[in-house]
Design a protein around this ligand. Structure first.
Ligand SMILES: [Zn+2]
Ligand SMILES: [Zn+2]
Length: 264
């Protein structure tokens, strides 16, 4: 039996705090105009021309994990034959190529939080297309893939949470960060093979029992081998979540070659 999402317990910065922050941002923009992360054009954090240059995931792609490929082989190089893939489906908004790659890098490592709102628009765009349009009413909450508290303290924020909040606000879904926590400070996934990535994060996450009975949409910035999203989904399913879907901003054009079936 699902408990309704208790919005009173969902941490929120509140409408006034958000308005104040927006006003402050506008004032700062006048004093220090932002420049486009990709081409340097003043007045935008991502200018209209560079925003247009973001490459959508081309068809065909794997119906389960969204892995792009001219002719997606069977089994899929990322999710295998689907056995043991814990998410109902995952979609990425675009390919992990420039200018999006540079924008994500600045959001993650360059302290440019203001990129979350323009980048979340790509998540919204994909979410307003099939197959999502057939099932959006069944989703209970958006949960960002969490960082370990030590990494979050270092960075000052979680880029997936910034994306999830901007996305949730646009589509009218609550964002419930406390449903998932990262309990292991794993090493960075960058430079690891698919097999190493899966091993690295296998027991990194713990879900809250409050997620029991709910249908959850996990949000992350980049979906590479799927190791992080899959470990997150398994933690949520272990506490009784009804189903888990995934939405990522970017996916590489090809999964690492040893990605096949490594998640079993
Ligand atoms: Zn630009
Ligand atoms: Zn797949």
């Amino acid at each position: 039996m699902a408990h309704p999402v208790d919005l009173a317990r969902v941490p929120s910065r509140g409408r006034w705090a958000r308005r104040l922050a927006r006003g402050l941002h506008r004032a700062l923009d006048l004093l220090f105009p932002p420049s486009c992360v990709a081409c340097g054009r003043l007045g935008y954090s991502l200018c209209p021309a560079c925003a247009q240059a973001v490459e959508p995931v081309p068809s065909p792609f794997c119906p389960r994990c969204g892995h792009p490929g001219r002719e997606t082989p069977r089994p899929c190089p990322r999710c295998g034959d689907g056995q043991g893939f814990p998410l109902v489906w995952v979609r990425a908004a675009a390919l992990h190529t420039d200018p999006l790659r540079e924008a994500i890098h600045r959001l993650k490592y360059g302290g440019q939080r203001e990129l979350a709102a323009p980048l979340a628009r790509y998540l919204v765009a994909v979410y307003r297309q099939p197959p999502w349009t057939s099932m959006t009413s069944t989703l209970d909450a958006v949960v960002p893939v969490p960082l370990h508290p030590s990494r979050q303290a270092e960075r000052g924020y979680n880029q997936a949470a910034l994306l999830a909040h901007a996305f949730g606000e646009s589509v009218g879904l609550p964002v419930v960060e406390p449903w998932l926590e990262r309990i292991q400070a794993t090493r960075s996934q960058v430079g690891l093979s698919a097999r190493e990535r899966h091993r690295n994060v296998a027991r990194a996450f713990r879900a809250a029992s409050a997620a029991c009975g709910h249908t959850v949409l996990l949000v992350d910035d980049v979906f590479t081998t799927g190791a992080t999203l899959m470990a997150s989904a398994r933690a949520l399913l272990a506490v009784g979540a009804r189903a888990v879907y995934g939405l990522a901003l970017a996916t590489p054009t090809l999964a690492p070659v040893d990605g096949l079936a490594v998640h079993r």
